[in-house]
Design a protein around this ligand. Sequence first.
Ligand SMILES: *[C@@H]1O[C@H](CO)[C@@H](O)[C@H](O)[C@H]1NC(C)=O
Ligand SMILES: *[C@@H]1O[C@H](CO)[C@@H](O)[C@H](O)[C@H]1NC(C)=O
Ligand SMILES: *[C@@H]1O[C@H](CO)[C@@H](O)[C@H](O)[C@H]1NC(C)=O
Ligand SMILES: *[C@@H]1O[C@H](CO)[C@@H](O)[C@H](O)[C@H]1NC(C)=O
Length: 502
Amino acid sequence: MARFVITVALLLSLTIFVPKTRAEDNELKDYCSMHRFENLSSGLRFTKEVVSSEYANVGSFKAIHCCLRGYRSIEWYKDNRPYPWPGGESSFILYPESANQTIYTQEVRASDAGRYSCRARNDTTALEGDISLSVLGEDSSGYKGRPLPTYKPSSQLVPLGGTARLFCEAYIGRAYISDARNSVMWRRSDSNVTLPNHGRLSQYRVSREDDQIVGSYLVIEEISLEDYGEYMCQVSNGVDDDDIKLPAHLYRQEPHFNVGLQNGSWRKSLLLAVLVLVLLCSVAAFYGRCWLPLTLLCRDKFYSLEENDGKICDALICYHEKDVNFVVGTIIPTLETRYRYKCNSVELSNLSQHWNLEINPHAMAARRLVVVISPESLNTGWTESSVSHVLKLLSNIPIRTIVVALKEPPSSSSLMKRSTQGNRDDGASNRATAADYPDVEVLRWHEANEREFWYRLRLSLPAMRPANSDPGCQSVAMIVQANSKTPHQQKVRSRESLEVLV
Ligand SMILES: *[C@@H]1O[C@H](CO)[C@@H](O)[C@H](O)[C@H]1NC(C)=O
Ligand SMILES: *[C@@H]1O[C@H](CO)[C@@H](O)[C@H](O)[C@H]1NC(C)=O
Ligand SMILES: *[C@@H]1O[C@H](CO)[C@@H](O)[C@H](O)[C@H]1NC(C)=O
Ligand SMILES: *[C@@H]1O[C@H](CO)[C@@H](O)[C@H](O)[C@H]1NC(C)=O
């Protein structure tokens, strides 16, 4: 008896609660497990596109989905009011078998229209999907208008060789579906040929809710250059000129160079790079201005001194009588008193002839030879050939030779390589090397550029330890200075020696 009552009650309950059809049940269960994104990174994620606009006819079955993974809870809201909703607000109920990813109603009512949101959380983040539901109810036999897009494909950045996935979907209702197979198709925007469905391209047609909603996935694998461009999803309800076109663009994503750097550290490294750049620039600017003094300082500090080599002076200054004022008034006093070089001098008797013969006997006693030339001291004039001749003579003397030119040497690419460094201040080069005579260096004396001249001349002379404030050293320097002969005495002496030679 009891068994009979229970059976009747069961039968009654079955007739009172309109059961979901098997197809609907399967659809609710399967929706979130089909066509999921591939290779999703871990964490809280949507597992497929969230359909943003849903449409339903009054009285029909309707389901709304939010497919997720990595969540701890999903809460549903209608117009910001949390589930469960009173009957007057919405007839939708949770479908627990899908782990709350789906809500549905057997019979849509006009009051069900509104904005539904799913809010999913894991322990740290929340994710929200919004779906707006419109209820169509004008025609009880079903919607017959143009297809209504439920999901518009979105343009994407895809790297070369990557995979693109485009999805489009539309509500077409129960209208005249003459050829359901053609109601959704993908093509390139610039072509009217439906894309193939093989090789790197795959298309997956989907439909739900009794084919009232149709859609299609277009998946392109191993994207190549010609795959970039605009695509068009065309949805037709079978009525001519009543189809809709939903475009989407595939753009090339340039490869990232700083993969693995997070936003913050990316900014930090950018800042660091800018700082380093600024620093390098200022170092370069500093070096450009100060490299001569710096080089000289380092040279003097660290180069080995040329001592105990049997030489009696650092520089042998050779000049013609016509340039005696410069030599006696400028070069020798500056080198001896300011820079503490030990200098000897030789006055040359001829006008640029046989200078090597005059200089040679004295040269071996000196570490460097400094020869002063000017237009007055060359009897053949200040021409390319005469200067070249002098350089040639001097190049025969076997010690390092510096030629101090009191006038800009006749410019000629064959004779001189003008150094780019010397051209900074007044356009006059302070230094050039004789291209044909690499052992002879030519320095241009220039009053306006005196500092640079001295730096360069000292660089060509032997290293000299910087003057020390140590009183002991100072007294040594003073003794050295006291011992060195005055230029005039030297001049007399060298004249004597020349006379002896002649
Ligand atoms: C997902 O990863 C597998 C193997 O890691 C790879 O073969 C496949 O192409 C990837 N799919 C996509 C869409 O990136
Ligand atoms: C929650 O999801 C976010 C986003 O995917 C992820 O970064 C985070 O690690 C997840 N937290 C936990 C506790 O799983
Ligand atoms: C589903 O929703 C119900 C009611 O809001 C809740 O009690 C349950 O914990 C939820 N389950 C999941 C897996 O979120
Ligand atoms: C495709 O478009 C071309 C013109 O762009 C037209 O001539 C051709 O008939 C069209 N083919 C189809 C099948 O619509």
